[in-house]
Design a protein around this ligand. Structure first.
Ligand SMILES: C[S@@+](CC[C@H](N)C(=O)[O-])C[C@H]1O[C@@H](n2cnc3c(N)ncnc32)[C@H](O)[C@@H]1O
Length: 246
């Protein structure tokens, strides 16, 4: 599932599944109204908020924002302005239904003007970027000098591991972020996040799916993910757009 049409169907099923949303909120420990379609826990979100250190009036781009839950929560906590971009029009419609600035665009072409964001956040979507460097260069383009980037994603322990999708095996942020032009690059492995996710997938398989398409799809994903789960590591990467010399 990688096209905008695939994600449109996924979001259309999800809107009618409070069971899936309840499961995510409970197992990831998220604030009650945060609509997530990823695996970033409440604890992980707190770490990201601290690292981005946004101030009131600064602009956050939540890239591949889905329904916009994380960006909206960060804007509420920090007073920053939020713009969300995702390539799924259905996700963007769902985000817009709660108000705010949400737009259709891609990981490699956001449609934003250059140097308009103080921070860019990509939660659990960088693995879909193709090519990876184009996405990072797009982030660099829309950031102001000194602007911050935070990415949560997964990397393969062994890039040849056939259990993992190629898109994940192509994530190598320690190499890719400096290559794209970022400075102050830090890539942290998060075994505690990995453990929360492991529990999430296992518990999702114990729910009665019935004819709930979102839960069915979550359980299909759980089986697929758990097969190669020991071959992946959870990653939080941060980096800065350097200021021009002089
Ligand atoms: C796992 S979801 C995460 C959504 C959101 N960041 C969250 O954490 O709730 C991945 C998101 O990436 C978006 N996506 C995938 N490929 C994309 C692309 N090439 N350009 C823009 N968005 C993309 C999907 O539509 C989906 O909303």
């Amino acid at each position: 599932m990688t096209s905008a049409e695939d994600f449109d169907r996924w979001y259309a099923d999800r809107v009618s599944s409070p069971v899936a949303d309840d499961l995510v909120q409970r197992l990831l420990g998220l604030p009650p109204d945060l609509q997530s379609t990823s695996l970033l826990s409440g604890q992980g979100l707190d770490e990201v908020v601290a690292l981005l250190a946004l101030s009131p009036g600064e602009v956050l781009l939540d890239l591949a924002c889905g329904r916009g839950g994380y960006g909206r929560e960060i804007a509420q906590r920090t007073g920053c302005d939020l713009v969300g971009v995702d390539f799924s029009p259905v996700a963007i419609d769902q985000a817009l239904s709660q108000g705010g600035d949400f737009r259709v665009g891609t990981l490699t072409a956001t449609g934003l003007d250059p140097a308009t964001a103080d921070a860019v956040l990509i939660v659990d979507a960088f693995q879909f970027a193709s090519p990876k460097l184009s996405c990072l260069r797009e982030c660099l383009r829309v950031l102001r000098p000194g602007g911050r980037l935070a990415i949560t994603t997964w990397e393969a322990l062994d890039p040849e591991d056939p259990r993992l999708p190629l898109r994940m095996r192509q994530v190598d942020l320690t190499r890719q972020l400096p290559e794209a032009g970022f400075v102050d690059v830090e890539v942290t492995h998060k075994p505690d996040w990995w453990a929360i996710e492991d529990r999430f997938w296992r518990e999702s398989l114990t729910v009665e799916a019935g004819d709930d398409l979102a839960v069915q799809s979550m359980q299909e994903e759980a089986r697929r993910v758990l097969e190669g789960f020991t071959g992946r590591r959870r990653v939080l990467a941060t980096a800065t757009k350097g200021s021009p010399p002089g």
